[in-house]
Design a protein around this ligand. Sequence first.
Ligand code: MG
Length: 251
Amino acid sequence: MREVALAWGAATDTGQRAENQDSFLARPPVFAVADGMGGHAAGRQASVVAVERLARTADAVTDGTSLTVEGLRQEIRGADDDIRRAASTLGDARGMGTTVAGVALVEQPEHGACWAVFHVGDSRVYLLGEEGLVQLSTDHSVVQELVDMGMISAAAAAVHPQRHLVTRALGVGPQAEADVLLLPVEPGRRFLVCSDGLTGELEDGEIARLLADAEDPQAAAGTLVRTAVDRGASDNVTAVVVEVRELPSAE
Ligand code: MG
C-alpha cells in the first residue's frame, strides 16, 4: 500500500451576522463543520457541543481506539444526545440544534482504512479529484426536497426564501441519522467541508477553481472564506480543507 499523509487547513468568519454559530474541527482523523441554529446562545452552543464530541472521538483514535463507520454513527447520535442534554440546562433553548458534516478516516474490518463522508443537514462535503469538483453530500433541506421532486430548479433553490430550512439536524426534531458514504483513501484528492454560508455566496465552479488553485489546504480554506466575506456573506462562513498526499517512497 502507498504511504500517504494528510494536510489540512480551516477558516471561519462571522460574516454580517452578530455572532458566529459555526464551529469546526480539524483534528485527524476527523474533520468537520457544524452550523448551529437557535436563538440567543443556543445555536453557538449546539455547534460547539457537536464538535467537542467529535474532538473526543478523534482523541480516542490518537490514544489507540480504532474508529469504524458504526462507531462514527454512534458518536453522531451521541452528539445529538449531548445537545438535547445541554438544551435542558438553558433557559431559552428553543430550536437549539446544529448541522454537522465532515470526513473521517475509519477502519473497516475487510477493507482497512477508508474515508467516511458524513452529514446531517445542509453543511456540505465536496471532493476535488481528477474528475473535477463533486458534491458528495445531498442537503437535508426543504429546497433540496423540492428539487428532488422536480418542483423547482437548482438555480431557483439557490435563491428560494426557505433555502435555509433544514429537514434534519442534531439536537432538534426526531433523532437524526447521518448519511455516510465510504471512499478509498487516494493521494491527490482534496476534500472541502463547509457551512451553507460559503455555498450561499459562491457557485460550484468558483469553489472548484479556488480549491484547485490554492497552494495548500490552509490557503484554500482562507481564500474560500475571504472570497465569500468579500461578497457580503449574509451568514457565517466556514471551510475545512483536507488533502491526501503521497509520501515519497523510501527507495
Ligand atoms: Mg449557516
